[in-house]
Design a protein around this ligand. Structure first.
Ligand code: CMC
Length: 436
């Protein structure tokens, strides 16, 4: 970041002296006012719950232009990455800043595939969960537990430890997600098959059984790979900021990523794909497309508490570019599986059409986000609804770890410690129990 020519001046109506604040420019996007010395200079904090106007860090990984509906990983548009590259190349890009050449890709893929197995003890750890446990509950536990298995790579200040943890996490997440699934359905775990692609191996671990050969369908494999690529990073979203804050204490990478998994679970974030599919199924049960109008009235009625899941975004005030790509993949997968007339897809298209023309959504700039179509694709592939968010976590792991590593390498990095506007009781005395 570089100092801008402009300076910001903060003045006060009570006659206190005004303060000059430096302004920094990024390579693109809004400038930032540097308020780090504000408290020292004025005794005041800034107030910004939900970080509506606060840049919590500098980052060179992902850029979003929410008004244009643009998403760039290390400068490359998501559309080009999703069309011309696969997830392994995207991981390399996010972690190391450049797209690998053929030899670099082969080497990176080899390093990842070397780590796809998890310690055999993991299955005993899994056994402690109820069979009907939510996969995100299992994932939060399993990812946190990894730090108990890899003592040789838990020093976050050591770049080699960070790199090997990154590779281990990327390699093991598909194995853990597939194990969580197999556990809940009571099937034997399938060991990874390293001759398969990253996405192909995940499909194999999910859907193969020891009883018969499993052949990966290339259309589904491509769709899975695209789901991973589209979810790989999204700058300072809630789970990534959680990973950064958690990691800022110097905790180990596995613990920091487990915190990200926990945050992602919420329905306003990664849990929206599950919530969106449940919503579509509910409308379908109510009568399908004929009930869309009625449902939309509920969404617009604030007292109902109903939201159109898969719609709206803190940053995008235009069509989420990932939603367009996901809709394309959705059509491909449904055609491949002979499900072109899938009623939920038709319902989603009808909802989208109405929402895009409705004043409520137009005025608030609410557009479909990535989760609007991803659930339909995953359901068609045969992935159970509660597993959707775990797959999001699998894909986002590379983004989390790239951002965590970037933070640790940043000379301006400090432990994260927000301040507060205190509105509670001022100092008072404790009365003895009998007098309260
Ligand atoms: N349905 C109906 N109304 C909505 C929706 C929606 N999906 N999203 C926002 N609004 C309304 C909201 O009620 C508010 O109205 P008003 O100005 O009258 O009070 C206005 O639009 C602005 O919304 P907001 O809640 O202030 O916006 P936010 O930036 O705090 O929230 C959001 C963003 C994603 C949490 C929200 O849009 C939402 O809950 N969407 C549904 C959940 C969802 O699809 N989440 C996935 C996000 S993308 C994947 C990811 O990053 O994890």
């Amino acid at each position: 970041m570089k100092l801008a020519d402009t300076k910001a001046t903060l003045s006060f109506s009570n006659g206190s002296p005004s303060v000059e604040l430096p302004v920094y420019q990024g390579s693109v996007g809004p400038d930032v006012v540097d308020i780090r010395k504000l408290y020292a200079q004025t005794g005041m904090f800034t107030y910004d719950p939900g970080f509506l106007s606060t840049a919590a860090c500098q980052s060179a990984i992902t850029y979003i232009d929410g008004d244009k509906g643009e998403l760039l990983y290390r400068g490359y548009p998501i559309e080009q990455l999703a069309t011309n590259c696969d997830f392994m190349e995207t991981c390399h890009l996010l972690l190391y800043g450049n797209l690998p050449n053929a030899a670099g890709k082969a080497e990176f893929t080899r390093r990842v595939t070397q780590h796809t197995m998890v310690n055999e003890q993991m299955q005993f750890f899994l056994r402690g969960f109820r069979r009907d446990a939510h996969p995100m509950a299992i994932m939060t536990g399993l990812v946190g537990a990894l730090s108990a298995f890899y003592h040789d790579s838990t020093d976050i200040t050591n770049p080699e430890h960070r790199d090997i943890s990154a590779i281990r996490l990327i390699a093991k997440m598909p194995t853990l997600v597939a194990m969580a699934y197999k556990y809940t359905v009571g099937q034997p775990y399938m060991y990874p098959k390293n001759e398969l692609s990253y996405a192909g191996n995940f499909l194999h671990m999910m859907f193969a059984t020891p009883c018969e050969p499993y052949v990966v369908n290339p259309v589904i494999e491509r769709a899975m790979d695209r789901i991973f690529t589209l979810h790989a990073d999204h700058e300072q979203n809630a789970s990534t900021s959680t990973v950064r804050l958690c990691g800022s204490s110097g905790t180990n990478p596995f613990a920091a990523i487990a915190a990200g998994v926990a945050c992602l679970w919420g329905p306003a974030h990664g849990g929206a794909n599950e919530a969106c599919l449940n919503m579509l199924e509910d409308i379908q049960k109510m009568g399908g497309i004929s009930k869309v109008g009625e449902f939309m009235e509920k969404v617009k009625d604030k007292s109902s508490g109903v939201k159109l899941m898969g719609f709206g975004h803190r940053v995008y005030k235009n069509y989420d570019p990932r939603a367009k790509l996901m809709q394309e993949t959705c059509k491909e997968v449904l055609a491949e599986l002979g499900l072109e007339n899938d009623p939920l897809f038709k319902l989603a298209m009808a909802l989208e059409k109405i929402a895009l023309e409705d004043d409520y959504f137009v005025q608030r700039k609410l557009y479909p986000n990535v989760d609007f179509y991803s659930g339909i694709v995953q359901r068609a592939i045969g992935i159970p609804v509660p597993l959707f968010t775990a797959i999001f976590a699998l894909a986002r792991t590379v983004g989390w770890i790239a951002q965590l590593n970037e933070m640790i390498g940043d000379p301006e990095y400090k432990i994260g410690r927000p301040r507060q506007l205190f509105t509670g009781s001022v100092k008072r005395d404790v009365a003895p129990l009998a007098q309260r």
